[in-house]
Ligand binder design. Sequence first.
Ligand code: GAP
Length: 432
Amino acid sequence: MENNDDKLMEKIISLCKRRGFVYPGSEIYGGLAGTWDYGPLGVALKNNIKDAWRKKFVSSRNDMYEVDAAILMNGEVWKASGHVDTFTDPLVECTKCKKRFREDTLKVKGKCDDCGGVTGEARQFNMMFSTKIGAVEDSAATVYLRPETAQGIFVNFKNIVDSFHPKLPFGIAQIGKAFRNEITPRDFIFRVREIEQMEVEYFIREDDADKSFTYWHEEIVSFAEELGLDMASFHEVIVGDGDRAHYSKRTTDFEFDFPFGQKELFGLAYRGSFDLNNHKLEYIDEEAKEKITPHVIEPSMGVDRLVLALMLSAYAEDTQGEEVRSYLKFKPSMAPVVCAVSPLLKNKPELVEKARVVYGMLKSEFGRVMWDDNGNIGKRYRRQDEIGTPWCIVIDFDTLTDDTVTIRDRDTGSQERIAKLELVDYIKERLS
Ligand code: GAP
């Protein structure tokens, strides 16, 4: 039977497609499991997330170096990192319908989710996507699409040290795509095969591991708050010895109450010196006058899961008269569109001309501004509410005489009349 959580996911997925946030990948050819395409509003939301991350973790700091490494990486990287041997998930096959599943996602262990048949013995399935480089089909040419952006950071550790001579502690940051051949991609953009990650590898002296772990823990929580995530749905879970990734000495997962259960949103790992040791990379500690292998604290986030968690945090419904209104109460800084500008009537050239001037002024100031003259004003408000636009600005006949406009608030529906010249400051104040 359908429950409210299923219905909520259906509403979010349908809103995403209808309004241009997220579309199924390769849709006109029947789709491709585990891939999704972001439309204009999804791109804007992702950019706002990435801008906020970059501001907090890179540009506002003096100890962070951002890289943009290649997605295709030499196979040797993944042998050294342990991914060739251990980046696996348990795969089971139904003995009846032959469908394959990730064992730990089965509703009932040993029973096929689809036909109820018995599933066979689990075998370890490597989740890395490989491909061949060049024209010759031999094993020497096998390369992997990175399954985590982290290794693109580690392989550039020496380059950053040689170019910038940073003192410990310092971090290297990266935003980029990673690829995982998930056995059962599911739950919309929660478990996908093509992922966008935002990762920091923070290099420290071993003695500072506990202090640094606590520091990054706090940074993650404050970032979640700054984005406007529903903090009542945000939980911390310490990952036990048997459940941590192969490289981790200590992990805290930050989980979110998705409609399909409490699941990982971010991870914070203490990777020790695992990666730098395996890549045979060292650092000359000028203070101690010795060569050391720094240890690493890694806050790691997935952009796609954040998009979903932010949509769920923002989704709201209320009733206005007979009608149920759905809206996304994004923080203004996260909203894909900051404000929409409309002439009250689109067949009145004098209103359109004035509205175009206001639109131009706001567009050059904020960029994320939409022109909307479709349908009546009520319909425009509903449409903007549904995509989470905090303010709608309408140019009417009074504007022509006194240069004032109405500005409507998404959450309360209330309207104010303010001078056109005050608009930029009004929005700027509320954006920050
Ligand atoms: N470098 C560490 C690392 O990759 P992870 O926990 O495997 O750690 C980090 O991944 C983050 O990437 C996760 O917290 C999640 O947000 C995101 N992520 C991982 N696999 C994903 C998938 N299949 N689909 C969407 N996001 C994923």
